[in-house]
Write a protein that binds this ligand. Structure first.
Ligand SMILES: *Cc1c(COP(=O)(O)O)cnc(C)c1O
Length: 223
């Protein structure tokens, strides 16, 4: 293990703990572009959850990590033609934003004994270029997921618009928290609100995030 990564990972865990006010927060280490050796070294230090954006890269790393009990989170835009394999080989998918994906994910999951954990990605700042459904579409999509065998709805995910000042993203985190609370009135088992990255995870946690996805603050800047 390159020591700087281990040191940065520990510092992140401490910062998450300090921001959490005693709540349980899951750290997903976003390992896109990082070599699999780094993943294995962090795994040895106790990190269990890893996030990847691109299916082919995820597939190679999952294959190279058989035998380790890691949890793989697919966090990137999900193309229909990748939904079956993502459904089969990942533990979580954070980027479900349309009903069309559901039968494909379920088909991929059919041979697996545990359900696939699903988050609905919400385009919280209504950005033209971004994945995610509108806040208004969440309730109907949630009902469809709950009705799909092999899928287990766990909550919501969002990536606010990358405004230069992280503090400016706080209102988006607040809107996500409100949406999550409303959805929990009809789906009380939901327990996961995935929001917060390297430069804004403290704000996201303060506003109710239960899971943060952190890449560069753990691994250093991406090449
Ligand atoms: C890359 C990525 C992250 C991590 O971003 P950092 O700023 O490096 O922490 C988190 N979530 C998603 C969806 C990403 O694509």
């Amino acid at each position: 293990m390159s020591d700087p990564v281990l040191t940065a990972w520990r510092a992140c865990r401490d910062a998450i703990e300090a921001a959490s006010a005693g709540r349980d927060i899951t750290l997903v280490a976003v390992s896109k572009t990082q070599p699999v050796e780094r993943i294995h070294a962090l795994s040895e230090a106790g990190q269990t959850d890893f996030g990847e954006n691109y299916w082919q890269e995820a597939a190679d790393k999952i294959t190279a990590s058989r035998g380790l009990s890691l949890r793989w989170h697919f966090i990137g835009p999900l193309q229909s033609n990748k939904a079956r394999v993502v459904g089969r080989y990942c533990d979580w998918v954070h980027s479900v934003d349309r009903a069309k994906l559901l039968p494909l994910l379920a088909e991929g999951r059919a041979e697996v004994s545990t359900p696939l954990n699903v988050l609905i990605q919400v385009n919280v700042d209504a950005e033209a270029s971004k994945s995610g459904c509108t806040p208004n579409d969440v309730a109907a999509l949630a009902d469809r997921i709950v009705d799909t065998e092999g899928l287990r709805l766990r909550g919501l995910m969002a990536i606010p618009a990358p405004l230069a000042e992280p503090e400016a993203r706080r209102p988006a985190f607040v809107r996500m928290r409100e949406l999550f609370d409303r959805l929990r009135q009809s789906h009380p088992a939901l327990d996961t609100l995935s929001m917060g990255m390297s430069d804004d995870f403290r704000i996201a946690i303060a506003e109710g995030s239960t899971l943060v996805r952190i890449g560069s603050a753990v691994f250093g800047p991406r090449a």
